[in-house]
Every structure is written in C-alpha cells, then in structure tokens.
Design a protein around this ligand. Structure first.
Ligand code: HEM
Length: 140
C-alpha cells in the first residue's frame, strides 16, 4: 500500500511538472512561430492541460499526499503543513491562470502577460514542492 501511494504521487508530480516544462519549452516556442494558429491552439491546449492538470493531477496530488503523510509519517508533521501551504498557493495561482488570465489572453495583451507570469510562478512553486517532497522522504 505504501509504495502504491508514493508511486501514484510521484507519477502525478511527473505529469504536472513535466507537462508544464513541455508546454513552456516545446509548445509555446513552436506556437510563437505560427501566428495563424497560435491563439486557437493556446486555448485548446490550455483547456486540456487545465482539465487533466489543474482539476485532475492537483486534486489527486492532494489526496495521495495526505495518504502518504499518514502511511509514511503516521500523520501530519510541520513539514507536511508547510508543503500544504505552498500547495494552496499553487492551487490559487493555477485557478487564476486557467480561469481568468488564460481565458482573457485571447483579447488583451495585459492578460497574456499575466498568464505568462502566473505560469512561470506555478512552475517554480511546483519545483519547490518536488524539493519539499524529497526533503520529507529523506527525513530532513
Ligand atoms: C504540485 C503538488 C505536489 C508535487 C509536485 C509533489 C511532489 C512530490 C514528490 C516528487 C515526492 C517524492 C519525493 C521522493 O520520494 O523523493 C513527494 C512526496 C511526498 N509528498 Fe508531495 N507533491 C505535491 C503535493 C503534495 C501535497 C498536497 C501533500 C500533502 C499534503 C504532499 C505530501 C507528500 C508526502 C507526505 C510525501 C512522502 C514523503 C516521504 O516519502 O516520506 N505532497 N511529493
């Protein structure tokens, strides 16, 4: 049971962080060179990643993370609460990115910039969560 939940948590984290890296390093530069399809493709790709990432992976990361805390540490520790706090910020930033800036980016440069910076913030905070997971694993 322990290894199953840690496995699921790591796979979900790979999807979430890997998906964001793939979008920013592969999809975004490619679409910048294709202005004729850029807006439509951004919206379509964004909607899908929002569904599987923000509303799927993030929710399941919370569930598997809490189960891991109980199975591996016998309950919540200070470091788990700290991780939950950063996770809460990631959820708020993701929702602002997907439901506000991302949607309006089609019509305004200001919202396009917001979407970009919210996305970068999210990637950095999510990498911090991976680091916090590693520290938890090592008992640090
Ligand atoms: C975007 C969200 C998250 C990401 C990217 C993430 C990432 C990770 C990763 C990569 C590990 C494995 C570390 C390792 O085995 O070396 C891990 C472990 C863990 N995470 Fe998360 N995590 C997230 C959210 C959460 C949440 C919300 C919680 C709990 C409330 C949580 C609790 C834990 C616990 C308890 C472990 C296990 C530590 C251990 O093995 O002793 N995580 N996390």
């Amino acid at each position: 049971m322990k290894e199953l939940f840690l496995f699921l948590h790591v796979v979900l984290a790979s999807f979430w962080v890997g998906g964001m890296l793939f979008l920013s390093l592969v999809v975004v530069p490619y679409l910048r060179q294709r202005p004729q399809i850029r807006d439509e493709a951004f919206q379509e790709v964004g909607k899908r990643f929002s569904l599987y990432g923000t509303f799927g992976a993030l929710f399941l990361l919370l569930i598997t993370g809490l189960v891991n805390a109980y199975l591996l540490h016998g309950g919540m520790r200070r470091t788990v609460y700290e991780k939950l706090f950063v996770f809460g910020i990631v959820v708020v930033v993701s929702l602002a990115h997907d439901l506000w800036a991302g949607k309006k980016a089609l019509y305004s440069e200001k919202h396009r910039k917001w979407a970009k910076w919210l996305g970068i913030t999210n990637l950095l905070l999510s990498l911090l969560l991976v680091y916090m997971g590693v520290r938890l694993r090592l008992g640090l």
